[in-house]
Design a protein around this ligand. Structure first.
Ligand SMILES: CC(C)(COP(=O)(O)OP(=O)(O)OC[C@H]1O[C@@H](n2cnc3c(N)ncnc32)[C@H](O)[C@@H]1OP(=O)(O)O)[C@@H](O)C(=O)NCCC(=O)NCCS
Length: 177
């Protein structure tokens, strides 16, 4: 599978509706959305939520939100940011990445590997010397995926995520480029 990318258009009803559908998918949303309480985890995402989010980005934002396309059809979301405040690595020139393949039928077929290779190339182009990512400790497939790509755990944020009746840790991973 050969992914292509375009910038997510938060002014587009189609993009916002698609994101709302993906973020409301009960089978996978706990894998990529950081909920902090039961109330929070019950939240239903609306297309307007994403529209408002897009309007909130400042002109100085280093955040690139990408729609992943397979054969021209949206298959997931990928993101890269340079030196955002959420990094635990307080060293300049650190990128943060995130990826999510929405359709389970597209997972475990090498697509994530292609996307992460592309995100790492973008990070190098942006001057990154390392990449940080955050994975929820119950997301074993994703942890395996990142470790296989050369990421190593450097910190755990305790009791950060609410899922399945209790709080879980977030695992922070790092790769030197
Ligand atoms: C995590 C994710 C991006 C991986 O993408 P993918 O296309 O499924 O991964 P790949 O097919 O490229 O797998 C590469 C390697 O990662 C590991 N891996 C991937 N999925 C795995 C799984 N379900 N179980 C165990 N290992 C897994 C394997 O080592 C795999 O190599 P192999 O298939 O030769 O054994 C994808 O499963 C996904 O989007 N999941 C839901 C959202 C999410 O968890 N995002 C990450 C956190 S924000």
């Amino acid at each position: 599978m050969n992914p292509t990318y375009r910038t997510i258009d938060y002014n587009s009803a189609d993009d916002c509706e698609l994101l709302a559908r993906w973020y409301n998918d009960r089978s996978s949303r706990h894998l990529h959305i950081l909920f902090t309480s039961a109330e929070n985890a019950a939240e239903i995402f609306t297309p307007e939520h994403f529209q408002r989010m897009g309007q909130g980005f400042s002109a100085e934002s280093t955040r690139h939100d990408l729609m992943v396309l397979v054969d021209g059809v949206p298959a997931g979301e990928a993101r890269i940011e340079m030196d955002p405040p959420k990094l635990l690595t307080k060293r300049p020139n650190t990128a943060w990445i995130y990826l999510m393949i929405a359709d389970p039928n597209f997972r475990r077929r090498g697509l994530g590997t292609r996307i992460i290779d592309d995100l790492e190339s973008l990070a190098v182009d942006a001057g990154a010397e390392r990449i940080e990512a955050g994975i929820f400790e119950y997301n074993a497939p994703s942890l395996s995926f990142f470790i296989r790509r050369g990421y190593t755990e450097f910190q755990r944020r305790l009791n950060r995520i609410w899922w399945n009746g209790r709080m879980w840790n977030e695992v922070r991973l790092l790769k030197t480029l």
